[in-house]
Design a protein around this ligand. Sequence first.
Ligand SMILES: C[S@@+](CC[C@H](N)C(=O)[O-])C[C@H]1O[C@@H](n2cnc3c(N)ncnc32)[C@H](O)[C@@H]1O
Length: 235
Amino acid sequence: MRWANRHTHRWQAEAEWGHPPPPEWFDHYVGLHYMGDAQRHNIAEERGVFASLAVPIGGRVLDLCCGDGFYARHFYANRAEKVVAVDFDADAIHYAKRVNAAPNVSYELRDVRESLPDGQFDTIVWSGAIEHFTAAEVTAILEGVRSRLVARGGVLAGDTIAAGDSVNSHLIHHELEYRDEDDLRHTLEQVFPAVAVWRSEWPSRTELYFYAAQESTAIPLGFASGAHVREKISD
Ligand SMILES: C[S@@+](CC[C@H](N)C(=O)[O-])C[C@H]1O[C@@H](n2cnc3c(N)ncnc32)[C@H](O)[C@@H]1O
């Protein structure tokens, strides 16, 4: 069975990635059952764990640029009261509704450059997607995120591939990749006073993770006390 599982997912990976253009989103089961092993990393699980640490039990979650909905269903919905997951790709939303439906997850077709869903959220996740936007778009989206996070305890959680040194960087969909922790932190600090950024290195690529909030006490676990947090008083 393991042989069949690996090979069916390899065939799916080759069908989706084997010819240009590369997909802007993909089925994470391909990553779990084939690509993560082939590229020698477990970033799919790592990303889900770090983002879900920012989801309180019974919390309200907004998942920006949700792709196939894998994280909404498998990492946020089982802790949250409700998850609103948005993407501007109609095929992604259709796929997410089909393969990653859950009673407390609602999928919405939405371009986050134009608007974000109304409401207040305990956690907003922007996973594997900040690099798909220009600097001006990122700033505008971060402003929208700030206004939708609950003032006390609200957290933005996310991750992005580090620029330049990996097999998957420089995908055509990437508008702006971040070189290192300082580069990404500088962007987030334009809008959030408390920012934690750290890196995770794998043989094939490096991932940058972030939490951002109005106050450092909202940053999960020990990340607030680490060297990568700076407090800055906004105007
Ligand atoms: C690399 S995928 C990441 C998907 C998912 N967050 C994950 O981690 O698997 C990037 C996603 O961003 C979405 N996206 C890009 N630009 C967008 C926009 N302006 N509004 C909403 N979604 C967007 C794409 O459709 C794609 O699903």
